[in-house]
Ligand binder design. Sequence first.
Ligand SMILES: Cc1cc2nc3c(=O)[nH]c(=O)nc-3n(C[C@H](O)[C@H](O)[C@H](O)COP(=O)(O)O)c2cc1C
Length: 208
Amino acid sequence: MKHAQPNYTVLSPSAMLNPVPVVLVSCADPKNPEKKNMITLAWAGTVNSEPPMVSISVRKERYSHDLIAESGEFVVNLVDEGMCRAVDYCGVRSGKDADKAAETGLTYMPAETMKIAPAVSGAPVSLSCKVRQMLELGSHDLFIGEVTGVMVRDDLLDGNGTLHLEKAKLVAYSHGLYQKLGGVMGFFGWSVARPEVLERRMNALCSD
Ligand SMILES: Cc1cc2nc3c(=O)[nH]c(=O)nc-3n(C[C@H](O)[C@H](O)[C@H](O)COP(=O)(O)O)c2cc1C
């Protein structure tokens, strides 16, 4: 099949990788573990599977930066549509001057394997991470965290314990906009799946 050739305009270089996940990272102050905080991040990624590792990119001037660097812990909470407004708030106010939990109504809960970093209650999935490396890149410091605990909201698991993240109403971030994810287009390997497998899986995925 032939595709039409569009024209292109060259822009100045920028980290124009879109869409990205938007996540709410929770952390706590090792000098006063009762003092907890949440920071909204769009520069987060998966970087290794064995051991499982994710990265977050945080500017030094963020209040959360030193909490994460000094405690060696952070929790990556995935974001759903119901949390999205609170998540934006956590990305425009600093924990230096605000108690973001009190102001958004979000609440903390203990996170698997973490000494002090909490998880955010209601998040579809929370990944507890121990800092393994910090790289100073320029504007941002990249924290590489090993995922040592995963908590999943029970309503996203079926009777067999299979996770249905497609039901979580996750939110993506693309060029300054929070966006809902559209419907399912396919699944891993769908381009080469046998027709009967393709039909069965797609019917199941698109049934609600
Ligand atoms: C959608 C969104 C994405 C953001 N992504 C990042 C990011 O990847 N890295 C970062 O350092 N700040 C990011 N920010 C800005 C911080 O969330 C913001 O400065 C926040 O107020 C810092 O909170 P803190 O001072 O309590 O740590 C983002 C903000 C928004 C709204």
